[in-house]
Design a protein around this ligand. Structure first.
Ligand code: CP
Length: 307
């Protein structure tokens, strides 16, 4: 079963195939499945970008999107995630996109659900399509990953984006460094790169990848920086002036303006923040196509009849 659950599970060849397909979609290439294909987007956590761009990607591929909202579903009556997804499988869905607040929510589904699951973010775990769109954005900019330095800065401990990106960027040959408040360091990330003071990281990186402060994942609301975060760890106007001439700014968004990044820099020349969002549609078209083809949905048996 061809789920997309983590980037860690993808080989470099698979990643490159997805990025190449996304590139073709960006130039207007059209691909649609040979038979009617039904999908649903199950978002148990809020989302603007991921949900809307999956929906856009699905519509561009001509898929039939079955509405599903947790607030009006039987989840409200206590139905489990497994029973919810099994129900959608039973009524004929061909694939499901899921975002859930539990880390590795998919463990209870894998091996029991026979349609592809595309992970749209699990707790502090993984966000594979964000990672793939980040890779696509970097590759579009530089053409390669080798010898690039990527500084991932901010709320590392609570970031599924940091985890997903650190692994693939290292495997693709980039140098990864981390920075931000020490209390948000995650020693599990040290296998992918070292920590650097924020000024040094921002001045020497080719890609400054900022992370949102994930207040919703902090116990008791977390440390109150009382407006000091921006000066201590954020991309200020002064720090942006010291960045390398061709280096770029990325942020998965939503952005806390004047916290992780100065308001006036969000759409500055170096910023690729809104380009990342556009690229998200192409990447999600590519991963949906992959799951549909490899999940066998694309196969049409014209001779199948009632017996
Ligand atoms: N980057 C991202 O996942 O944004 P959303 O939470 O709005 O989907």
């Amino acid at each position: 079963m061809n789920h997309l659950l983590t980037t860690t599970a993808l080989t470099i060849e698979e990643i490159n195939d997805i990025l190449e397909d996304a590139q073709r979609f960006s130039t207007g290439e059209i691909w649609q499945p040979k038979k009617q294909t039904f999908v649903a987007n199950l978002f148990f956590e809020p989302s603007t970008r991921t949900k809307s761009s999956f929906y856009m990607a699905e519509r561009k591929l001509g898929l039939d999107v079955i509405p599903f909202e947790t607030e009006t579903s039987s989840v409200q009556k206590g139905e489990t995630l497994y029973d919810t997804v099994r129900t959608l499988e039973a009524i004929g869905l061909d694939a499901v996109v899921i975002r859930h607040h539990e880390d590795q929510y998919f463990d209870e589904l894998v091996g029991k659900i026979n349609i592809p699951i595309l992970n749209a973010g699990d707790g502090c775990g993984h966000h594979p399509t964000q990672s793939l769109l980040d890779l696509y954005t970097i590759k579009s900019e530089f053409g390669h990953f080798r010898e690039l330095k990527v500084a991932i800065i901010g709320d590392l401990r609570h970031s599924r984006v940091a985890r997903s990106n650190a692994d693939v960027l290292q495997r693709l040959g980039a140098e990864v460094v981390f920075s931000g408040p020490e209390e948000w360091f995650d020693e599990n990330l040290l296998k992918y790169g070292r920590y650097q003071p924020v000024d040094e990281a921002m001045e020497t990186a080719d890609v400054v990848m900022l992370l949102r402060i994930q207040h919703e994942r902090h116990e008791n609301g977390g440390r109150d920086f009382s407006g000091q975060y921006h000066q201590a760890f954020g991309l200020t106007v002064e720090r942006e002036r010291r960045m390398k001439p061709r280096s770029i700014i990325m942020h998965p968004a939503p952005v806390n303006r004047d916290v992780e990044i100065a308001d006036c820099l969000v759409e500055c020349e170096r910023s690729r923040i809104f380009q990342q969002m556009e690229n998200g549609v192409y990447v999600r078209m590519a991963v949906l196509k992959r799951s549909i083809i490899q999940g066998g949905v694309n196969h049409v048996n014209h001779h199948q009849k009632w017996s």
